[in-house]
Write a protein that binds this ligand. Structure first.
Ligand SMILES: [Zn+2]
Length: 117
């Protein structure tokens, strides 16, 4: 049975089948042969899916390890770098609070605010 797609009119028509038609086809020689054949195919696909999930998990783990390694590298870099701050004047828009001085590192651009006594 052809029916207009209710989600969007521009989608092509839906082809609707009776359950018995689907079952006849699925269990017939053109597809899975029998109910058992369908179950076997279902299990095969479930296996493929879980194998994929396992692969995805391993990939995620590898990615995480890589990121962790990068972090250690980054930490070491941070240790090597000693910030050298210099005063910056607030650029018009935002005025520093009374007694607060904004400083920026010449090396990496890190910004801190220090209290001025
Ligand atoms: Zn710095």
């Amino acid at each position: 049975m052809l029916k207009a797609n209710p989600h969007k009119r521009t989608y092509s028509n839906m082809m609707l089948f009776l359950r018995c038609q689907v079952e006849d086809y699925a269990f017939g020689p053109a597809k899975w042969g029998s109910e058992r054949g369908l179950d076997e195919e279902f299990e095969r696909r479930a296996d493929v899916k879980s194998a994929k999930r396992g692969k995805k998990f391993l990939e995620g783990l590898r990615e995480l390890r890589k990121r962790t390694r990068d972090n250690v590298w980054q930490q070491r870099r941070d240790e090597e770098h000693r910030h050298e701050y210099e005063d910056v004047e607030p650029d018009g828009g935002e005025e520093d609070e009374e007694g607060v001085q904004t400083q920026v590192c010449k090396g990496c651009g890190h910004v801190i605010q220090v209290e001025v006594f």
